[in-house]
Write a protein that binds this ligand. Sequence first.
Ligand SMILES: Nc1ncnc2c1ncn2[C@@H]1O[C@H](COP(=O)(O)OP(=O)(O)OP(=O)(O)O)[C@@H](O)[C@H]1O
Ligand SMILES: [Mg+2]
Length: 464
Amino acid sequence: MSIRLRLAVVFALASALLLAIGGWLFVSTLSNSLMSSIDSQLSVQASHGSSYLTSNPSIPTTPSGTNAPEYVVQVIDQANQIRGASAEAGQQPLLSPSLLSEARSHAILVTVMHNAESQRVLAQPYSGRSGWLVIAAVSLESFNTTISRVTNQLAVGCSLVVLLAAVGAYFLSRSALRPVERLRQEVANLSERRVPEVVGVPKTNDEIAALATTMNELLMRLRSSLERERGLIADASHELRTPFAVLRGELELAQRPGRSHDELVAAIAAAAEEAARLNRIADDLLLLSRGDQDELPMHFAVTNVHQLFTMISRHAEGRMQPRGISCKVEVPIDLYAKLDGDRVRQAIDNLVENALRYSPSGAEITLAARAHGEDLELEVADHGPGFPTDFLPYAFERFRRPDSSRSRIEGGAGLGLAIAKTIAGAHGGTATAVNRLEGGAIVRLVLPNAIVDAGADLLAEDLS
Ligand SMILES: Nc1ncnc2c1ncn2[C@@H]1O[C@H](COP(=O)(O)OP(=O)(O)OP(=O)(O)O)[C@@H](O)[C@H]1O
Ligand SMILES: [Mg+2]
Protein backbone atom coordinates (compact mmCIF):
# COMPACT_ATOMS: atom_id res chain seq x y z
CA MET A 1 0.00 0.00 0.00
CA SER A 2 1.44 3.39 -0.95
CA ILE A 3 2.28 5.98 1.72
CA ARG A 4 -0.47 8.22 0.28
CA LEU A 5 -3.09 5.51 0.69
CA ARG A 6 -1.81 4.59 4.13
CA LEU A 7 -1.94 8.23 5.26
CA ALA A 8 -5.48 8.59 3.87
CA VAL A 9 -6.65 5.41 5.66
CA VAL A 10 -4.98 6.40 8.95
CA PHE A 11 -6.38 9.91 8.71
CA ALA A 12 -9.87 8.57 7.92
CA LEU A 13 -9.78 6.06 10.78
CA ALA A 14 -8.48 8.65 13.25
CA SER A 15 -11.07 11.25 12.26
CA ALA A 16 -13.85 8.60 12.28
CA LEU A 17 -12.84 7.60 15.82
CA LEU A 18 -12.66 11.22 17.01
CA LEU A 19 -15.98 12.12 15.40
CA ALA A 20 -17.64 8.98 16.80
CA ILE A 21 -16.47 9.87 20.32
CA GLY A 22 -17.50 13.52 19.83
CA GLY A 23 -20.89 12.51 18.38
CA TRP A 24 -21.54 10.06 21.19
CA LEU A 25 -20.69 12.72 23.79
CA PHE A 26 -22.96 15.23 22.03
CA VAL A 27 -25.92 12.86 21.73
CA SER A 28 -25.63 11.65 25.31
CA THR A 29 -25.36 15.23 26.64
CA LEU A 30 -28.36 16.25 24.55
CA SER A 31 -30.36 13.21 25.66
CA ASN A 32 -29.49 13.84 29.32
CA SER A 33 -30.48 17.47 29.20
CA LEU A 34 -33.73 16.70 27.34
CA MET A 35 -34.53 13.95 29.83
CA SER A 36 -33.83 16.18 32.83
CA SER A 37 -36.11 18.88 31.40
CA ILE A 38 -38.80 16.20 30.88
CA ASP A 39 -38.25 15.03 34.46
CA SER A 40 -38.61 18.54 35.86
CA GLN A 41 -41.80 19.01 33.82
CA LEU A 42 -43.14 15.75 35.28
CA SER A 43 -42.34 17.05 38.73
CA VAL A 44 -44.28 20.28 38.00
CA GLN A 45 -47.24 18.23 36.73
CA ALA A 46 -47.13 15.98 39.79
CA SER A 47 -47.15 18.97 42.10
CA HIS A 48 -50.54 19.92 40.65
CA GLY A 49 -51.94 16.45 41.51
CA SER A 50 -54.56 17.85 43.95
CA SER A 51 -56.23 19.78 41.16
CA TYR A 52 -57.25 16.47 39.51
CA LEU A 53 -59.12 15.17 42.55
CA THR A 54 -62.89 14.82 42.02
CA SER A 55 -65.66 13.36 44.06
CA ASN A 56 -66.29 10.96 41.15
CA PRO A 57 -63.00 9.53 39.99
CA SER A 58 -64.51 8.21 36.72
CA ILE A 59 -64.85 11.80 35.53
CA PRO A 60 -61.44 13.07 34.39
CA THR A 61 -60.66 16.66 35.16
CA THR A 62 -58.72 19.25 33.27
CA PRO A 63 -57.51 21.76 35.77
CA SER A 64 -57.19 25.33 34.67
CA GLY A 65 -53.79 26.97 34.45
CA THR A 66 -51.78 23.72 34.15
CA ASN A 67 -52.87 22.78 30.69
CA ALA A 68 -50.16 20.56 29.19
CA PRO A 69 -52.07 17.98 27.16
CA GLU A 70 -49.06 15.69 26.48
CA TYR A 71 -48.72 15.04 30.20
CA VAL A 72 -51.08 12.69 32.00
CA VAL A 73 -51.62 12.72 35.76
CA GLN A 74 -53.22 10.17 38.08
CA VAL A 75 -53.92 10.39 41.80
CA ILE A 76 -54.09 6.93 43.37
CA ASP A 77 -55.21 5.93 46.87
CA GLN A 78 -53.72 3.31 49.10
CA ALA A 79 -55.84 0.59 47.44
CA ASN A 80 -54.44 1.54 44.03
CA GLN A 81 -57.82 3.07 43.05
CA ILE A 82 -57.68 6.12 40.79
CA ARG A 83 -59.07 9.10 42.71
CA GLY A 84 -58.36 11.76 40.13
CA ALA A 85 -56.82 11.86 36.66
CA SER A 86 -56.23 14.02 33.65
CA ALA A 87 -58.19 13.55 30.45
CA GLU A 88 -55.89 11.06 28.73
CA ALA A 89 -54.85 9.19 31.87
CA GLY A 90 -57.05 6.09 31.36
CA GLN A 91 -58.79 3.98 34.03
CA GLN A 92 -55.80 1.82 35.00
CA PRO A 93 -52.82 2.93 37.08
CA LEU A 94 -49.87 3.75 34.81
CA LEU A 95 -47.46 1.70 36.90
CA SER A 96 -47.47 -1.91 38.03
CA PRO A 97 -48.46 -2.64 41.66
CA SER A 98 -44.86 -3.40 42.62
CA LEU A 99 -43.64 -0.03 41.32
CA LEU A 100 -46.61 1.66 43.02
CA SER A 101 -45.70 0.15 46.37
CA GLU A 102 -42.04 1.21 45.85
CA ALA A 103 -43.21 4.76 45.07
CA ARG A 104 -45.09 4.87 48.39
CA SER A 105 -41.78 4.90 50.23
CA HIS A 106 -39.96 7.34 47.88
CA ALA A 107 -40.42 9.11 44.57
CA ILE A 108 -39.43 7.06 41.53
CA LEU A 109 -38.69 8.07 37.95
CA VAL A 110 -38.91 5.23 35.46
CA THR A 111 -39.20 4.66 31.74
CA VAL A 112 -41.87 2.05 31.01
CA MET A 113 -43.60 0.65 27.94
CA HIS A 114 -47.27 1.52 27.82
CA ASN A 115 -49.43 0.51 24.86
CA ALA A 116 -46.27 -0.20 22.76
CA GLU A 117 -45.00 3.29 23.50
CA SER A 118 -42.25 4.24 25.91
CA GLN A 119 -43.25 6.63 28.64
CA ARG A 120 -41.41 8.54 31.28
CA VAL A 121 -43.24 8.24 34.59
CA LEU A 122 -42.78 10.03 37.89
CA ALA A 123 -44.58 8.52 40.90
CA GLN A 124 -44.33 10.12 44.29
CA PRO A 125 -46.25 10.08 47.58
CA TYR A 126 -49.29 12.40 47.55
CA SER A 127 -48.78 14.92 50.30
CA GLY A 128 -51.43 15.05 52.94
CA ARG A 129 -52.90 11.58 52.34
CA SER A 130 -50.97 8.64 53.63
CA GLY A 131 -50.47 5.82 51.13
CA TRP A 132 -51.74 7.94 48.26
CA LEU A 133 -49.66 8.55 45.14
CA VAL A 134 -49.55 11.10 42.42
CA ILE A 135 -48.27 9.88 39.05
CA ALA A 136 -47.24 12.11 36.15
CA ALA A 137 -46.30 10.61 32.80
CA VAL A 138 -45.41 11.73 29.34
CA SER A 139 -44.80 9.85 26.11
CA LEU A 140 -41.13 9.70 25.03
CA GLU A 141 -42.05 9.49 21.37
CA SER A 142 -40.96 13.01 20.48
CA PHE A 143 -37.86 12.65 22.66
CA ASN A 144 -36.91 9.43 20.85
CA THR A 145 -37.65 11.00 17.48
CA THR A 146 -35.46 14.01 18.29
CA ILE A 147 -32.56 11.85 19.49
CA SER A 148 -32.71 9.46 16.52
CA ARG A 149 -32.96 12.38 14.07
CA VAL A 150 -29.94 14.09 15.63
CA THR A 151 -28.05 10.76 15.62
CA ASN A 152 -28.84 10.16 11.95
CA GLN A 153 -27.87 13.67 10.95
CA LEU A 154 -24.63 13.40 12.91
CA ALA A 155 -23.84 10.04 11.28
CA VAL A 156 -24.36 11.47 7.80
CA GLY A 157 -22.38 14.64 8.62
CA CYS A 158 -19.52 12.71 10.21
CA SER A 159 -19.31 10.25 7.31
CA LEU A 160 -18.98 13.20 4.96
CA VAL A 161 -16.27 14.75 7.15
CA VAL A 162 -14.41 11.40 7.30
CA LEU A 163 -14.62 11.06 3.53
CA LEU A 164 -13.38 14.63 3.08
CA ALA A 165 -10.54 14.01 5.57
CA ALA A 166 -9.46 10.86 3.72
CA VAL A 167 -9.56 12.51 0.30
CA GLY A 168 -7.84 15.62 1.69
CA ALA A 169 -5.10 13.51 3.34
CA TYR A 170 -4.60 11.59 0.11
CA PHE A 171 -4.14 14.69 -2.02
CA LEU A 172 -2.16 16.52 0.65
CA SER A 173 0.28 13.65 1.02
CA ARG A 174 0.43 13.29 -2.74
CA SER A 175 1.49 16.89 -3.16
CA ALA A 176 3.89 16.62 -0.16
CA LEU A 177 5.49 13.49 -1.62
CA ARG A 178 5.72 14.82 -5.17
CA PRO A 179 9.26 16.22 -4.61
CA VAL A 180 10.31 12.84 -3.18
CA GLU A 181 9.00 11.10 -6.28
CA ARG A 182 10.82 13.65 -8.44
CA LEU A 183 14.03 12.93 -6.51
CA ARG A 184 13.48 9.19 -6.97
CA GLN A 185 13.06 9.61 -10.71
CA GLU A 186 16.16 11.80 -10.91
CA VAL A 187 18.20 9.19 -9.02
CA ALA A 188 16.76 6.40 -11.19
CA ASN A 189 17.80 8.33 -14.31
CA LEU A 190 21.36 8.97 -13.11
CA SER A 191 23.83 7.38 -15.42
CA GLU A 192 26.91 5.69 -14.09
CA ARG A 193 29.14 7.20 -16.68
CA ARG A 194 28.34 10.91 -16.69
CA VAL A 195 30.39 12.75 -14.07
CA PRO A 196 29.64 14.72 -11.99
CA GLU A 197 25.94 14.18 -11.91
CA VAL A 198 23.73 15.34 -9.06
CA VAL A 199 20.04 15.63 -8.31
CA GLY A 200 18.38 19.07 -8.23
CA VAL A 201 18.15 20.63 -4.76
CA PRO A 202 14.87 22.54 -4.35
CA LYS A 203 15.20 26.06 -2.92
CA THR A 204 12.57 25.30 -0.28
CA ASN A 205 15.10 24.87 2.51
CA ASP A 206 13.05 22.04 3.96
CA GLU A 207 13.49 18.31 4.66
CA ILE A 208 13.32 17.47 0.95
CA ALA A 209 16.12 19.96 0.21
CA ALA A 210 18.16 18.42 3.04
CA LEU A 211 17.49 14.94 1.62
CA ALA A 212 18.60 16.06 -1.86
CA THR A 213 21.78 17.65 -0.41
CA THR A 214 22.62 14.49 1.54
CA MET A 215 21.91 12.41 -1.55
CA ASN A 216 24.26 14.58 -3.60
CA GLU A 217 26.99 14.22 -0.97
CA LEU A 218 26.51 10.45 -1.04
CA LEU A 219 26.57 10.46 -4.85
CA MET A 220 29.78 12.47 -4.88
CA ARG A 221 31.37 10.09 -2.36
CA LEU A 222 30.28 7.05 -4.35
CA ARG A 223 31.46 8.63 -7.57
CA SER A 224 34.86 9.56 -6.20
CA SER A 225 35.35 6.09 -4.72
CA LEU A 226 34.30 4.62 -8.07
CA GLU A 227 36.80 6.87 -9.84
CA ARG A 228 39.50 5.94 -7.33
CA GLU A 229 38.78 2.28 -7.90
CA ARG A 230 38.89 2.69 -11.66
CA GLY A 231 42.16 4.62 -11.34
CA LEU A 232 43.60 1.89 -9.14
CA ILE A 233 42.67 -0.80 -11.61
CA ALA A 234 44.20 1.23 -14.44
CA ASP A 235 47.36 1.88 -12.37
CA ALA A 236 47.59 -1.74 -11.28
CA SER A 237 47.29 -3.06 -14.83
CA HIS A 238 49.80 -0.46 -16.00
CA GLU A 239 52.20 -1.44 -13.24
CA LEU A 240 51.78 -5.15 -13.97
CA ARG A 241 52.26 -4.68 -17.72
CA THR A 242 55.99 -3.93 -17.52
CA PRO A 243 57.08 -7.00 -15.53
CA PHE A 244 54.81 -9.16 -17.65
CA ALA A 245 56.34 -7.74 -20.85
CA VAL A 246 59.86 -8.25 -19.52
CA LEU A 247 58.99 -11.78 -18.41
CA ARG A 248 57.54 -12.61 -21.81
CA GLY A 249 60.53 -11.07 -23.61
CA GLU A 250 63.00 -13.07 -21.53
CA LEU A 251 61.12 -16.32 -22.07
CA GLU A 252 60.79 -15.71 -25.84
CA LEU A 253 64.48 -14.95 -26.00
CA ALA A 254 65.35 -18.11 -24.08
CA GLN A 255 63.14 -20.11 -26.43
CA ARG A 256 65.12 -19.13 -29.54
CA PRO A 257 67.40 -21.83 -30.94
CA GLY A 258 71.15 -21.66 -30.40
CA ARG A 259 71.08 -20.07 -26.92
CA SER A 260 74.17 -20.75 -24.84
CA HIS A 261 73.91 -22.18 -21.32
CA ASP A 262 74.96 -18.88 -19.75
CA GLU A 263 72.42 -16.96 -21.81
CA LEU A 264 69.69 -19.37 -20.70
CA VAL A 265 70.70 -19.04 -17.04
CA ALA A 266 70.69 -15.24 -17.34
CA ALA A 267 67.26 -15.26 -19.03
CA ILE A 268 65.81 -17.51 -16.33
CA ALA A 269 67.30 -15.33 -13.58
CA ALA A 270 65.77 -12.20 -15.18
CA ALA A 271 62.44 -13.97 -15.58
CA ALA A 272 62.52 -15.10 -11.93
CA GLU A 273 63.23 -11.50 -10.83
CA GLU A 274 60.24 -10.20 -12.79
CA ALA A 275 58.06 -13.00 -11.43
CA ALA A 276 59.14 -12.02 -7.90
CA ARG A 277 58.27 -8.39 -8.67
CA LEU A 278 54.86 -9.46 -9.93
CA ASN A 279 54.38 -11.51 -6.81
CA ARG A 280 55.29 -8.54 -4.62
CA ILE A 281 52.85 -6.23 -6.35
CA ALA A 282 50.07 -8.82 -6.12
CA ASP A 283 50.79 -9.29 -2.37
CA ASP A 284 50.82 -5.54 -1.83
CA LEU A 285 47.52 -5.10 -3.66
CA LEU A 286 45.98 -7.91 -1.64
CA LEU A 287 47.13 -6.31 1.62
CA LEU A 288 45.75 -2.92 0.58
CA SER A 289 42.41 -4.32 -0.46
CA ARG A 290 42.09 -6.29 2.80
CA GLY A 291 43.04 -3.14 4.71
CA ASP A 292 40.30 -1.25 2.86
CA GLN A 293 37.74 -3.78 3.98
CA ASP A 294 39.09 -3.91 7.55
CA GLU A 295 39.90 -7.55 6.94
CA LEU A 296 43.65 -7.41 7.37
CA PRO A 297 44.51 -10.32 9.69
CA MET A 298 46.31 -8.88 12.71
CA HIS A 299 48.15 -10.64 15.49
CA PHE A 300 48.70 -8.23 18.33
CA ALA A 301 51.33 -9.03 20.90
CA VAL A 302 53.37 -7.12 23.46
CA THR A 303 56.62 -6.42 21.64
CA ASN A 304 59.94 -4.88 22.62
CA VAL A 305 60.23 -2.10 20.05
CA HIS A 306 63.99 -1.74 20.56
CA GLN A 307 64.52 -5.39 19.60
CA LEU A 308 62.16 -5.06 16.64
CA PHE A 309 63.98 -2.00 15.24
CA THR A 310 67.41 -3.52 15.86
CA MET A 311 66.34 -6.56 13.84
CA ILE A 312 65.04 -4.34 10.99
CA SER A 313 68.29 -2.39 10.98
CA ARG A 314 70.39 -5.57 10.94
CA HIS A 315 68.44 -6.95 7.99
CA ALA A 316 68.97 -3.74 6.03
CA GLU A 317 72.72 -3.70 6.72
CA GLY A 318 73.53 -5.89 3.73
CA ARG A 319 72.07 -3.30 1.36
CA MET A 320 73.50 -0.31 3.25
CA GLN A 321 77.12 -1.32 3.55
CA PRO A 322 78.02 -1.26 -0.17
CA ARG A 323 77.01 2.43 -0.20
CA GLY A 324 78.57 3.27 3.13
CA ILE A 325 75.19 4.09 4.63
CA SER A 326 74.78 3.54 8.35
CA CYS A 327 71.66 2.97 10.41
CA LYS A 328 71.15 4.38 13.90
CA VAL A 329 68.47 2.92 16.19
CA GLU A 330 67.16 5.43 18.72
CA VAL A 331 64.72 3.44 20.81
CA PRO A 332 64.62 3.10 24.61
CA ILE A 333 65.59 -0.43 25.55
CA ASP A 334 62.48 -0.90 27.69
CA LEU A 335 59.95 0.43 25.17
CA TYR A 336 57.13 -2.09 24.95
CA ALA A 337 54.06 -1.81 22.81
CA LYS A 338 51.12 -3.96 21.85
CA LEU A 339 51.27 -4.30 18.10
CA ASP A 340 51.49 -6.74 15.21
CA GLY A 341 55.27 -7.13 14.96
CA ASP A 342 55.28 -8.64 11.44
CA ARG A 343 53.05 -5.93 10.01
CA VAL A 344 54.96 -3.10 11.71
CA ARG A 345 58.17 -4.61 10.41
CA GLN A 346 56.73 -4.70 6.88
CA ALA A 347 55.77 -1.00 7.17
CA ILE A 348 59.15 0.07 8.59
CA ASP A 349 60.97 -2.08 5.98
CA ASN A 350 59.15 -0.11 3.27
CA LEU A 351 60.21 3.19 4.86
CA VAL A 352 63.82 1.98 5.25
CA GLU A 353 63.76 0.85 1.60
CA ASN A 354 62.73 4.36 0.55
CA ALA A 355 65.26 6.04 2.84
CA LEU A 356 67.95 3.78 1.46
CA ARG A 357 66.98 4.57 -2.12
CA TYR A 358 67.10 8.33 -1.59
CA SER A 359 70.04 8.59 0.84
CA PRO A 360 73.38 9.76 -0.56
CA SER A 361 76.35 7.45 -0.06
CA GLY A 362 77.85 7.63 3.42
CA ALA A 363 74.72 9.13 4.95
CA GLU A 364 72.95 7.97 8.08
CA ILE A 365 69.42 6.66 8.42
CA THR A 366 67.74 6.93 11.81
CA LEU A 367 65.14 4.50 13.09
CA ALA A 368 63.51 6.09 16.12
CA ALA A 369 60.66 5.08 18.38
CA ARG A 370 59.28 6.74 21.50
CA ALA A 371 56.29 6.84 23.74
CA HIS A 372 54.13 9.93 23.44
CA GLY A 373 51.74 9.47 26.32
CA GLU A 374 49.98 6.22 25.54
CA ASP A 375 50.81 6.49 21.85
CA LEU A 376 53.75 4.88 20.14
CA GLU A 377 55.63 7.03 17.62
CA LEU A 378 57.77 5.28 15.01
CA GLU A 379 60.05 7.28 12.71
CA VAL A 380 62.38 6.68 9.80
CA ALA A 381 64.54 9.71 8.95
CA ASP A 382 67.09 10.11 6.20
CA HIS A 383 69.43 12.73 4.75
CA GLY A 384 68.22 12.46 1.18
CA PRO A 385 66.60 15.19 -0.91
CA GLY A 386 63.26 14.88 0.91
CA PHE A 387 59.88 14.65 -0.77
CA PRO A 388 59.09 17.08 -3.60
CA THR A 389 56.90 19.64 -1.76
CA ASP A 390 54.01 19.46 -4.23
CA PHE A 391 54.04 15.66 -3.90
CA LEU A 392 53.87 15.52 -0.09
CA PRO A 393 50.03 15.69 0.17
CA TYR A 394 49.75 12.70 -2.18
CA ALA A 395 52.70 10.66 -0.93
CA PHE A 396 50.53 7.99 0.73
CA GLU A 397 48.22 7.44 -2.24
CA ARG A 398 48.50 4.18 -4.11
CA PHE A 399 50.71 4.07 -7.21
CA ARG A 400 51.59 7.71 -6.58
CA ARG A 401 55.10 8.77 -7.48
CA PRO A 402 56.42 12.22 -8.28
CA ASP A 403 56.87 12.97 -11.95
CA SER A 404 60.63 13.44 -11.56
CA SER A 405 62.60 11.20 -13.85
CA ARG A 406 64.62 9.90 -10.88
CA SER A 407 61.65 8.34 -9.14
CA ARG A 408 60.29 6.98 -12.43
CA ILE A 409 63.57 5.22 -13.06
CA GLU A 410 64.57 4.27 -9.51
CA GLY A 411 61.20 4.04 -7.81
CA GLY A 412 59.07 0.97 -7.34
CA ALA A 413 55.37 0.56 -7.90
CA GLY A 414 54.42 3.40 -5.59
CA LEU A 415 52.77 1.16 -2.99
CA GLY A 416 55.30 1.23 -0.11
CA LEU A 417 53.95 4.30 1.70
CA ALA A 418 50.32 3.29 1.05
CA ILE A 419 51.06 -0.05 2.73
CA ALA A 420 52.73 1.68 5.71
CA LYS A 421 49.62 3.85 6.08
CA THR A 422 47.28 0.85 5.83
CA ILE A 423 49.26 -1.00 8.49
CA ALA A 424 49.21 2.06 10.77
CA GLY A 425 45.46 2.29 10.09
CA ALA A 426 44.99 -1.37 11.07
CA HIS A 427 46.50 -0.37 14.45
CA GLY A 428 44.03 2.53 14.61
CA GLY A 429 46.86 4.93 13.82
CA THR A 430 48.12 7.34 11.20
CA ALA A 431 51.09 7.86 8.90
CA THR A 432 52.58 11.24 7.99
CA ALA A 433 55.59 12.46 6.04
CA VAL A 434 57.53 15.70 6.45
CA ASN A 435 60.71 17.17 5.09
CA ARG A 436 63.42 18.19 7.55
CA LEU A 437 64.65 21.77 7.46
CA GLU A 438 68.24 20.56 7.30
CA GLY A 439 67.33 18.25 4.39
CA GLY A 440 65.97 14.75 4.26
CA ALA A 441 62.63 13.19 4.96
CA ILE A 442 60.94 11.86 8.07
CA VAL A 443 58.08 9.39 7.79
CA ARG A 444 56.21 8.89 11.05
CA LEU A 445 53.68 6.27 12.12
CA VAL A 446 51.64 6.91 15.26
CA LEU A 447 49.95 3.91 16.88
CA PRO A 448 47.55 5.17 19.54
CA ASN A 449 47.27 3.51 22.94
CA ALA A 450 49.91 0.95 21.93
CA ILE A 451 52.32 1.63 24.79
CA VAL A 452 52.50 -1.07 27.42
CA ASP A 453 54.03 -0.62 30.86
CA ALA A 454 57.85 -0.95 30.85
CA GLY A 455 57.55 -3.66 33.48
CA ALA A 456 55.74 -5.89 31.05
CA ASP A 457 58.81 -7.99 30.23
CA LEU A 458 57.21 -10.99 31.82
CA LEU A 459 53.98 -10.41 29.99
CA ALA A 460 55.90 -10.19 26.72
CA GLU A 461 57.57 -13.50 27.48
CA ASP A 462 54.20 -15.02 28.29
CA LEU A 463 52.75 -13.91 25.01
CA SER A 464 55.71 -14.93 22.91
N1 LIG B 1 62.52 8.97 2.04
C1 LIG B 1 62.11 9.51 0.90
N2 LIG B 1 62.71 10.59 0.39
C2 LIG B 1 62.28 11.16 -0.74
N3 LIG B 1 61.24 10.72 -1.47
C3 LIG B 1 60.57 9.66 -1.00
C4 LIG B 1 60.97 8.99 0.20
N4 LIG B 1 60.13 7.99 0.40
C5 LIG B 1 59.26 7.98 -0.63
N5 LIG B 1 59.52 9.00 -1.47
C6 LIG B 1 58.79 9.33 -2.68
O1 LIG B 1 57.48 8.85 -2.55
C7 LIG B 1 57.18 7.98 -3.63
C8 LIG B 1 56.26 6.92 -3.14
O2 LIG B 1 56.92 6.06 -2.26
P1 LIG B 1 56.44 4.59 -2.11
O3 LIG B 1 57.28 3.90 -1.13
O4 LIG B 1 54.99 4.64 -1.86
O5 LIG B 1 56.58 3.99 -3.55
P2 LIG B 1 57.91 3.50 -4.27
O6 LIG B 1 59.02 3.47 -3.30
O7 LIG B 1 58.05 4.37 -5.46
O8 LIG B 1 57.48 2.05 -4.70
P3 LIG B 1 57.40 0.75 -3.80
O9 LIG B 1 57.60 1.18 -2.40
O10 LIG B 1 56.04 0.21 -4.07
O11 LIG B 1 58.47 -0.15 -4.27
C9 LIG B 1 58.47 7.47 -4.09
O12 LIG B 1 58.43 7.11 -5.46
C10 LIG B 1 59.39 8.65 -3.87
O13 LIG B 1 59.34 9.55 -4.95
MG1 LIG C 1 58.88 2.46 -1.49
